[in-house]
Design a protein around this ligand. Sequence first.
Ligand SMILES: Cc1cc2nc3c(=O)[nH]c(=O)nc-3n(C[C@H](O)[C@H](O)[C@H](O)COP(=O)(O)OP(=O)(O)OC[C@H]3O[C@@H](n4cnc5c(N)ncnc54)[C@H](O)[C@@H]3O)c2cc1C
Length: 387
Amino acid sequence: MVAQSAGMSRSPDVAVIGGGIIGCSAAAILAERGATVVLFEATAIGAGASGRNLGAIQHPFDPILAPLYHASLEHYRRLAVTDEAFAIPDQPVGVLMLNRDADASRRQVELLSAVADLDVEFMGADAVAAAEPSLVPGFAACRLATGYPIPPASATAAFSRLAAQRGAELRVGAAAELWIEDGVARGVTIAGGTHHAAGAVLIAAGPWSPPLVDPAGTWRPITRTWGVTMQLELGDAAPHHVIEEDEVDAVNRPLVAAARAAEGEPEADPPTIFTVASAAGISTLGSAFLPHEPDPARIARLLIERGSRYLPALGSAPVRDVRVCARPQSADSRPFIGPVPGTDGLFVCAGHGPWGISTGPGSATLVADAILSGAAVPGELAADRGI
Ligand SMILES: Cc1cc2nc3c(=O)[nH]c(=O)nc-3n(C[C@H](O)[C@H](O)[C@H](O)COP(=O)(O)OP(=O)(O)OC[C@H]3O[C@@H](n4cnc5c(N)ncnc54)[C@H](O)[C@@H]3O)c2cc1C
């Protein structure tokens, strides 16, 4: 348990800033281990990317992130047992990375075969057409034996319910800032200047984290790459697999994709990458990797127009929603987890880029261990790594 200073007997052990997948799962894990937790969320639970993502839980390509994914999957399986409003498929549905060029697909298979414990296979155009008849014929694919589609906001919502059940207090509509004195995190400050004391502060505010961690300083290792997702009713035309245009740079190196979008393409015609995942009767279509917040209506038109070249049913499917959100992107595509050097009692867990739903609860476990027992975080993920 986090030690509390004299005179703080009624303050929480941990104040969490941010009600996305990281903040909510961390609150649930901390509360399960006996901590008194108060979570401060500025807008709504899942207001950021955690409520607006594609909804695909996938094995990452980076081996450093793989343990976080496996731990997250275990969390989700347990959550599905205890929360009847949350469901995850028992088996992965598979991810198809589509390519018109069969040789390029074969090369992709070779490349991704290097990822430990991820089964990868080549599928020729006939096999893809048989597996996914609603796709335009002629695409080969690199098939990944991963991919658990869930309704995009459902994981975060379920963890927020679990946190509340375990006694965490969720203060929604309360933007918070770090309260720091003499190099020690004392708690948080909310609107009007009210202080809330805490034994430790965890900043889990996704792309908004750096200025909260280091208000006056230079720690800015997380940028925003903006995306748009659409919710559609595809009916029988909904693909069974998670489908992606084979653009591995976009998924694996989002900063490269964002830089390309910034430099190479006219503002009126930003690049998009076709992805679709279906869960509970709704298909989520994405996305883009953009350096500036886009006009969602403009991107939505492009997503439909370009996505229809893969999945013609998109052109006539009823649209339920269009959402814009930002990925918290670090330069090496790995999150920053653990104690923040130079400020006692301050912890961060942010920077999950395009993998936060897939790896978030695993990251939250690491940061909870660091807060409650001082456990070390692997160096490649540590908040104090210099990048
Ligand atoms: C288009 C798109 C599709 C994606 N698809 C997938 C996918 O299929 N699979 C996958 O694994 N990942 C996906 N991701 C990535 C994933 O969504 C993110 O990595 C993850 O949601 C980040 O979670 P987070 O909790 O760190 O941040 P966020 O979800 O951004 O949450 C941060 C929260 O902090 C709150 N906040 C900010 N400032 C304050 C403050 N001062 N006080 C209080 N609260 C504050 C915000 O309101 C927000 O709710 C996708 C991302 C995008 C953009």
